[in-house]
Design a protein around this ligand. Structure first.
Ligand SMILES: NC(=O)c1ccc[n+]([C@@H]2O[C@H](COP(=O)([O-])OP(=O)(O)OC[C@H]3O[C@@H](n4cnc5c(N)ncnc54)[C@H](O)[C@@H]3O)[C@@H](O)[C@H]2O)c1
Length: 347
């Protein structure tokens, strides 16, 4: 029987805990208690772990939804991962090194993992996938799950699809069993690197889409930004991924569907729209608008920008480049339009 540990408990972590907690009760092959590592904080004068374990609700990151009672919040990361057979990584990507470093040598050697984290890592050798960081540090196989999955809608049980990418099919299918519900339909593919890079890059496009909204460019312009962003995602995946990149993967939920939902509903879009309208900094807006949740798009644009610059490829990725320069280098947000008008896809 497999013991599951969820590493993370933000908005998405809590929504997925709801699914996992319910599923393990029905499936013999999993232990019916699920451990969830919680980055401890005080909320309304109480520890978040106490709130989750007594009231069965993550009142800070997923308010309004009860968690199954068999999901137990644990504040010690080492304690949480001890004895786990299946590890579900779901934290903002900037914390992945610190978290893996803390549990090196503490994870069961036969454990298998899956990452739901959308972002990339930047090391001395350039960009790396988050799955690679986890695989290298912990020595376990890692699948990825990415899709059009806004956490609150998943928590509400609204129908959606998602994609698992797995280099070892058997492990992908095991996670499909753990995570699938009639309203959370999973397709497993072997093109895992492409699945993962889609999840990271779509957040950059969402920032561009948010700028279009903030500038009142209208739906046609925003659709053009989304399409050109998709073309840059495909081109970047072809340059960056070492394995084969299948165009079909972009037609899965992790590709075009996630891109659409993120460009209409996600936090990156929302904050980017406010950035274009108000002129406030991203840090101010993240604090004001997200209640502790983290923005991913601007940081990913910076990581991608540095790689493109180093390889002399900035002119082939004008949307990614403009998003970075608008976010961090004071480039006027109105230049979003010129980057679309003169996009190399039109030549
Ligand atoms: N929210 C969504 O709808 C959604 C959907 C799909 C994928 N994702 C991805 O899932 C990942 C996790 O996002 P989320 O929405 O669950 O998180 P979140 O942004 O809602 O919450 C932030 C989390 O980070 C934790 N945290 C804060 N400081 C920390 C530190 N120093 N070390 C470790 N943890 C710290 C907080 O306790 C909280 O759990 C991200 O990569 C995101 O892109 C999110």
């Amino acid at each position: 029987m497999g013991l599951v540990c969820i590493v993370g408990s933000g908005n998405w972590g809590s929504a997925i805990a709801k699914i996992i907690g319910d599923n393990v009760k029905k499936l013999q092959k999993f232990v019916s208690l699920v451990k969830m590592w919680v980055f401890e904080e005080i909320v309304n004068g109480r520890k978040l772990t106490d709130i989750i374990n007594n009231d069965h609700e993550n009142v800070k990151y997923l308010p309004g939804y009860k968690l199954p009672e068999n999901v137990v919040a644990v504040s010690s990361l080492r304690e949480a991962v001890k004895d786990a057979d299946l590890l579900v990584f779901v934290i903002p990507h900037q914390f992945i090194h610190a978290i893996c470093d803390e549990i090196i040598g503490k994870v069961h050697k036969d454990a298998v993992g899956i990452t739901l984290i959308k972002g990339v890592d930047e090391g001395p050798q350039g960009l790396r996938l988050i799955s690679e960081v986890i695989r290298e540090k912990l020595g376990i196989d890692i699948s990825v799950l990415m899709g059009a999955n806004t956490a609150n809608e998943v928590a509400a049980g609204k129908f959606c699809e998602t994609t698992i990418g797995s280099k070892i099919l058997e492990n992908g299918l095991l996670f499909k069993e753990l995570l699938e519900t009639p309203n959370f339909r999973i397709t497993v593919v072997d093109d895992a690197d492409t699945v993962e890079i889609c999840g990271a890059l779509k957040n950059i496009v969402a920032v561009g889409a948010g700028f279009c909204d903030g500038l009142h460019y209208g739906n046609n312009t925003k659709a053009a930004a989304i399409r050109l962003g998709l073309m840059e995602m495909i081109a970047f995946a072809r340059i960056f991924c070492t394995g084969q990149v299948s165009t079909n993967t972009f037609l899965e939920s992790c590709g075009v569907a996630d891109l659409i939902t993120t460009c209409y509903a996600g936090r990156n879009r929302k904050v980017a729209e406010a950035f274009a309208r108000t002129g406030k900094t991203l840090e101010e807006l993240e604090k004001e608008m997200l209640n502790g949740q983290k923005l991913q798009g601007p940081q990913t644009s910076a990581e991608v920008y540095r790689v493109l610059k180093q390889r002399g490829l900035l002119n082939k990725f004008p949307l990614f480049t403009a998003v970075y320069q608008i976010c961090y280098e004071g480039r006027p947000v109105e230049e979003m339009l010129s980057c679309l008008q003169s996009h190399p896809e039109h030549i």
